[in-house]
Design a protein around this ligand. Structure first.
Ligand SMILES: [Zn+2]
Length: 205
């Protein structure tokens, strides 16, 4: 079975409780420390086996094989990847049966990271996530007063749009946000604008 490591908690010296996102489930498994075991880190994609025993309520994580990526040694990319993984864990942590969309999204991001600017990739992927969850406000109606936004706007957590008269915050260009929301592309955004959008994502998915 394959999964992405979404969370790791250290218990009893070197043992770990590991939460994995597989295609259909969020699995929490116990990993005994073993000097010859491969190191695992947050965000790794692994091949593994889950062993259930009658003695324990939690399954054992065994036969772990790290499925590495070409950008693993790129510190900036790996850092951003882990930030996104942490956000995704907070977003999915209370669900057991997970839509395959999230596993596939991580597969896609992982592939695109090899070639694309990582923040642009994450902003575009977040648009896909919002669209999938039916939370993308592509009509650009203000979430506070519920009327149409005609000029520049403010975006808040969850990329909720608001009038600049309705909410305090950094003003963003309406045409560019419209393009992002309808075409899912950051092509027309400056790097500073992408940085700003990423900082909104960091507040929570
Ligand atoms: Zn408004």
């Amino acid at each position: 079975m394959q999964g992405y490591i979404l969370n790791i908690v250290k218990v009893k010296e070197e043992d770990l409780i590991v939460t994995l996102l597989t295609q259909k489930k969020l699995k929490t498994l116990y990993r005994f420390y073993g000097a010859r075991h491969a190191n695992i880190h947050l965000g790794y994609k692994i091949d593994f086996e889950a062993h259930l025993s009658q003695k324990s309520t939690i399954g054992m994580l065994r036969n772990v094989l790290h499925l590495s990526v070409p950008w693993i040694l790129d510190i900036e990319k790996f850092y951003l990847w882990q930030q996104f993984i942490k956000l995704l864990y907070r977003h999915l942590r209370d669900i057991e049966d997970v839509d395959q969309f999230y596993f596939d999204l991580l597969d896609e991001i992982s592939l695109r990271f090899a070639k694309q600017n990582p923040k642009r990739c994450l902003v575009e992927s977040y648009i896909k996530l919002l669209l999938h969850e039916g939370r993308l406000h592509s009509d650009l109606t203000c979430f506070i007063c519920e009327s149409e936004i005609r000029d520049d706007l403010i975006l808040t957590r969850g990329f909720l749009p608001a009038h600049k008269r309705c909410l305090f915050g950094q003003i963003v260009n309406k045409t560019k946000i419209e393009t992002l929301f309808t075409q899912g592309s950051t092509l027309f955004l400056e790097d500073a604008e992408v940085d700003y959008l990423w900082s909104i994502i960091e507040e929570g998915l």
